[in-house]
Design a protein around this ligand. Structure first.
Ligand SMILES: Cc1cc2nc3c(=O)[nH]c(=O)nc-3n(C[C@H](O)[C@H](O)[C@H](O)COP(=O)(O)OP(=O)(O)OC[C@H]3O[C@@H](n4cnc5c(N)ncnc54)[C@H](O)[C@@H]3O)c2cc1C
Length: 475
């Protein structure tokens, strides 16, 4: 009796519950990955992330091959075609059970619901596990039985729960089990043949072993100082593991276990480790929120009243932001980092996002989409959460009156302008004071907006929306 493991955002053989349970006896196991054109366009998945997925699939296929598991590739035009395509494949291969790990945005939940129904109709067992979060969505509830909307109590409950969890990473399936599997490289290349792909810079080498090595290096060299170094964009203070976590070359459990092991399990007492694990909890918080509030996947703000904010749809200003040509050095450096490398430092994601939606007042959904297209670590839940936080439209978001000033942020977190100079060559010769404003650089553009005036306008607009909402609730 054959079993099929359907890989999605879990491109690894270690600590993969679906793969582990499919291989728990000597059953014949096969694997499949489905590329859906509609997902690529509507989510959207940019050329760098697509390239990263393709290369990571090659690494996965080699690792699976060692255990006699062959990876097949299927391509469909629409999400609606997935159940029929999958059932036809199962029939052809004599599959009796389908194994996968859950995903939480609404389209993925809906896709799985349909596939499960098709499996039932075809007498195929459908088995789904959780690997995207250490504590799966739906398992943490407030005293009143509702979903946490605020991060701090969520994180307290998370930490309490994790203490009583027995956590062990699943091993990769035995090598040498099963039949000899075919090399999947050609099939992978063919499947992605008509896709727009862009190789990522060298730093982002794909693959599970590389992800493990980077995790270990981070834990050995930077984890203990993470709390002090994480806000400095010029330095190597953060793990840069997000691309691997986003496609599942690495699991959050592997991250948690490695970090905890670094301090012999006593991580809450070590500020650096505690702060890093807190970031992993933010990641889980946004997944729980996305699953509980499907409207978020339909481009809705979490705080309904903010839907009436008079967002602007100025394509010229937006393009200047995308290109890193706003005349605000730290914003331009950050956007150029994104465009050149497919990644941006967390503090700068907040700074550039706030600048777009508060100073320029451009709809946060434009920025959200642009990030999804460019980021090699694009992840719907974290990205939507980050954008809604910055736009003050989200749950537990930045209060509308707390707007980051990009120049002060730059002075504080990039004091000698090292990061700015790396990406904005026009400013390379300026002194450490002017590099933050761009004043005196002949080849650099003037700011496209007055920071103080536009900040005050945003605050006033939010304030009046809030008071309208309060009046409407009273009457
Ligand atoms: C506007 C905006 C958009 C964002 N878009 C994404 C995105 O598409 N994909 C993505 O993975 N992260 C996103 N983030 C969160 C965060 O910026 C990145 O996860 C982080 O910069 C990745 O770098 P790192 O791996 O070095 O993180 P580290 O600081 O080493 O943190 C470890 C891991 O924790 C998770 N994490 C860290 N910070 C956050 C956070 N604030 N929210 C959720 N998870 C977090 C990531 O998986 C990260 O790899 C966004 C943040 C903002 C403000």
């Amino acid at each position: 009796m054959s079993r099929l493991v359907w890989f999605r955002s879990d491109l690894r053989v270690t600590d993969n519950p679906a793969l582990h349970y499919a291989c728990d006896d000597q059953a014949d196991v096969q694997a499949v990955f489905i590329l859906c054109d509609q997902y690529v366009e509507s989510h959207p998945i940019g050329p760098r992330k697509l390239w990263f997925i393709r290369e990571s699939l090659k690494d996965l296929a080699v690792n699976l091959q060692k255990s006699g598991i062959e990876l097949s590739l299927l391509r469909v035009a629409k999400a609606g075609d997935i159940p029929a395509k999958l059932m036809a494949f199962c029939k052809e291969m004599g599959i009796k059970s389908l194994y996968c790990n859950a995903e939480y945005p609404i389209d993925e939940i809906e896709r799985d619901r349909k596939v499960k129904a098709s499996c039932e109709g075809a007498d195929i067992a459908f088995r789904r596990y959780h690997d995207r979060c250490l504590i799966p969505p739906g398992m943490l509830k407030t005293g009143q039985g509702s979903v946490y909307r605020v991060f701090t109590p969520f994180s307290k409950a998370w930490k309490e729960k994790i203490k009583s969890a027995r956590l062990e990473a699943y091993l990769a399936p035995e090598t040498g089990r099963g039949k000899k599997a075919k090399d999947a490289t050609r099939a992978i290349d063919q499947c992605f043949a008509r896709c727009d792909l862009r190789p990522a810079p060298d730093h982002w080498q794909p693959g599970e072993n590389i992800a493990q090595r980077k995790l270990q290096e981070f834990c050995d060299n930077a984890l203990l100082e993470y709390d002090e170094q994480r806000d400095t964009p010029a330095g190597p203070g953060t793990s840069r593991l997000s691309p691997y976590l986003s496609i599942g070359s690495l699991s959050p459990k592997q991250c948690y276990l490695a970090a905890a092991a670094r301090v012999k399990g006593d991580w809450e007492k070590h500020s650096g480790v505690n702060t890093w694990i807190n970031e992993l909890i933010w990641r889980e918080f946004y997944m729980h929120i996305a699953q509980a509030f499907p409207a978020l996947s339909r481009h809705k703000p979490m705080q309904a009243y903010t839907d009436d904010f008079p967002w602007r749809y100025d394509k010229t200003l937006f393009q200047r932001w995308c290109n890193g040509e706003t005349g605000i050095p730290i914003v331009d450096a950050a956007m150029r980092q994104l465009n050149n490398t497919g990644w941006m430092h967390n503090r700068l994601r907040m700074v550039t996002a706030m600048f777009l939606c508060k100073n320029l007042k451009i709809d946060w959904r434009w920025g959200e989409r642009y990030f999804m297209e460019q980021l090699i670590d694009a992840d719907f839940c974290a990205n939507n959460g980050g954008w809604q936080w910055s736009a003050s439209t989200g749950t537990d978001a930045a209060p509308y009156f707390r707007i980051m000033n990009p120049v002060s942020q730059s002075e504080r977190h990039d004091p000698d302008g090292q990061f700015i100079r790396r990406y904005v060559s026009e400013l390379a010769e300026l002194n450490n004071k002017d590099v933050h404003t761009g004043r005196g650089a002949a080849a650099y553009c003037d700011p496209i907006v007055d920071l103080n005036r536009s900040r005050q306008e945003a605050i006033d607009l939010f304030k009046s929306l809030k008071s309208n909402e309060a009046t409407a609730n009273e009457s």
